[in-house]
Ligand binder design. Structure first.
Ligand code: SF4
Ligand code: SF4
Length: 173
């Protein structure tokens, strides 16, 4: 008798489980076949940083070190240099610019404090999340990697429109 009731209970449990599984089959699927399909990121997503330039192509960073001071991970390294040339010929928007601007992505926690601290809007977070490398040394990105005019943009993401919520934890499924 107990064997028969066990079989009945197990069968009921299997049918219940399969019912849940089957109920999900017709629903919209959220799995993205990355990198064949682009991943959608929120407008506020914090990816690899971008160092910006003005309309004349001059670097906005004036090497004030405020971002480095605000960084809790101590992962920004800057070497400042004076540029006494006339304003239109300068590398940056000011007499002082960052000759070296490195971020160590082995330490960065993408907190955004550097962006908040910058008085010149010279640094923001971009959307690039493809930072995987085989060597830890390659996580050190230089000005050439970060400058918006030189940074290679991945085709593997798209940015969500402002009314589109792509956070899976808030998605109704
Ligand atoms: S995002 Fe945070 S941890 Fe990364 S460089 Fe900026 S301040 Fe430092
Ligand atoms: S990125 Fe901004 S805060 Fe950092 S050194 Fe340049 S101007 Fe200063």
């Amino acid at each position: 008798m107990s064997i028969i009731s066990d079989v009945i209970e197990s069968t009921k449990a299997i049918i219940k489980g399969m019912g849940v599984t089957l109920s999900y089959i017709p629903k919209q699927k959220w799995t993205v076949q990355y990198p064949d399909e682009p991943v959608t990121v929120q407008p506020r997503y914090r990816g690899q940083h971008l160092l910006h330039v003005d309309e004349l192509g001059r670097e906005k960073c004036v090497a004030c070190f405020l971002c480095a001071a605000a960084c809790p991970s101590d992962c920004i390294y800057i070497v400042a240099k004076d540029d006494p040339r006339p304003p239109t010929e300068r590398t940056g928007v000011d007499e002082r610019f960052a000759e070296v601007y490195n971020i160590d992505y082995g330490r960065c926690i993408f907190c955004g404090y550097c962006v908040e601290a910058c008085p010149k809007d010279a640094i923001t977070h971009g959307y690039n999340f493809e930072l995987s490398v085989y060597s830890r040394a390659d996580l050190l990105k230089t000005k050439n990697d970060l400058l918006i005019t030189k940074q290679k943009q991945s085709m593997n993401y798209r940015v969500a429109s402002s009314d589109e919520d792509v956070d899976s934890e808030y998605k109704e499924v």
